[in-house]
Design a protein. Structure first.
Length: 116
């Protein structure tokens, strides 16, 4: 999956999971620099996959929401990721996959997320 598709996936998944977020909050949640978030959002907005509007409570910040086209794009990216994962893990049986998942989750839990 190209880098731009991974970035799109991360942003769209965050919006799908958490709902409308400010650009700054997207950056904090994903550990992505705010300038990079802006570029990702520009690309997604050009494709009508997200909608940005001024926050009524604070006009200096933008609130970003995912659109129907963005949800469809996220679904397509997820299907691609699932296919790649299935291919990657094809050599593992069910128990080995469970064990790998458990170990990776333990590894991630032992590290705090990066702060943007």
């Amino acid at each position: 999956m190209p880098l731009s598709a991974r970035a799109d996936f991360a942003v769209l998944a965050a919006l799908e999971e958490f709902g409308a977020l400010s650009q700054a909050e997207i950056g904090r949640r994903l550990g992505v620099d705010r300038n990079d978030v802006s570029g990702i959002l520009n690309r997604l907005e050009d494709g009508r996959r997200v909608h940005r509007q001024a926050d009524p409570a604070n006009r200096r910040r933008n609130v970003v929401t995912v659109t129907a086209a963005g949800r469809l794009h996220l679904e397509e990216l997820q299907q691609h990721a699932d296919a790649v994962q299935a291919e990657l893990l094809a050599g593992l049986d069910t128990e080995e996959r469970r064990q790998l998942h458990s170990l990776l989750a333990k590894l991630l839990d032992s590290h705090k997320p990066l702060q943007a």
